[in-house]
Design a protein around this ligand. Structure first.
Ligand code: GDP
Ligand code: MG
Length: 242
């Protein structure tokens, strides 16, 4: 068990695992770009070809990164035509965002900018009145780079967009590389951790809405696919080591 000692005050939280931090990541992007594949690849190290595209899940996964015990809560979104209130709740919930497109799908690339503005708009609204409000850490991810023959979006397209939006950019293959996939989550974690350290903790934890509590949660210690299992939010007593 880790202790509080040596950690800045902002990292200390009351509860069963005080020297750890919880980072909420929301994966956004058009249908079929590989959001679920990325989340499952990161957590299980395996690439599993097909998932229910309507499945929306919060994956919970614990890893040690640079001496921090990081509790990832990864919201894998689904459903594009959901109502505005729901998407707003999800975006408010997140500390950091992965906006994913597929290099084989131009339309998914065009969607990135809209999603990015949505994230910034909703967080700016939530942070109104704060002088130090920064846009939330966000990464652009181009997935499926293994499908070279089906490529419709070049690496340069991605880099130009990333420059335009001033966001980091990663091109990966969730199918071929666990390392590339994990690097995305680790890079986002680093940005989130930096922002968490810089901002007062009182701003950080937003109340969890009833809507968010309805999303099924799967812990990496439980069998993937066991949907409908719901873990109480904010309690780590149900934590099962890998
Ligand atoms: P989501 O709707 O964004 O969650 O997309 P999924 O994760 O369900 O993936 C959609 C399809 O793309 C599935 O058939 C996956 O097997 C496939 N897929 C996901 N990532 C990759 C990848 O990196 N390379 C290839 N070739 N296929 C992928
Ligand atoms: Mg999915």
């Amino acid at each position: 068990m880790t202790t509080n000692r040596g950690l800045p005050r902002t990292l200390r939280r009351s509860g069963s695992l005080p020297a750890s931090r919880t980072v909420r990541i929301v994966i956004l992007g058009q249908a079929a770009v590989g959001k679920t594949a990325m989340a499952v690849r990161f957590i299980t190290k395996r690439f599993i070809g097909e998932y229910d595209p309507t499945l929306e899940t919060i994956y919970r996964h614990e890893v040690a990164i640079n001496g921090d015990v990081v509790h990832f809560e990864i919201l894998d979104t689904a459903g594009q035509e959901e109502d505005a209130l729901l998407i707003e709740e999800k975006i408010r919930w997140g500390d950091g965002f992965l906006i994913v497109y597929s290099v084989t799908d131009r339309c998914s690339f065009d969607e990135v900018m809209r999603l990015c503005f949505l994230v910034n708009h909703i967080h700016a609204g939530a942070n109104r009145g704060r002088s130090n409000a920064e846009p939330p850490p966000t990464l652009i991810v181009a997935n499926k780079k293994d499908l070279e023959y089906d490529r419709m979006v070049t690496p340069e397209d991605g880099e130009n967009l990333s420059r335009g939006l001033k966001l980091p950019f990663h091109e990966i293959s969730a199918r071929d590389s666990w390392e590339e996939t994990a690097a995305v989550f680790h890079a986002l974690y680093a940005d989130v951790a930096q922002q968490l350290d810089a901002s007062p903790p009182s701003f950080r934890r937003r109340a969890v809405s009833k809507l968010m509590e309805k999303i099924p949660r799967i812990h990496s210690g439980t069998a993937l696919g066991a949907t409908g299992r719901s873990f109480s939010f904010g309690s780590f007593r149900d934590y099962l080591p890998e």
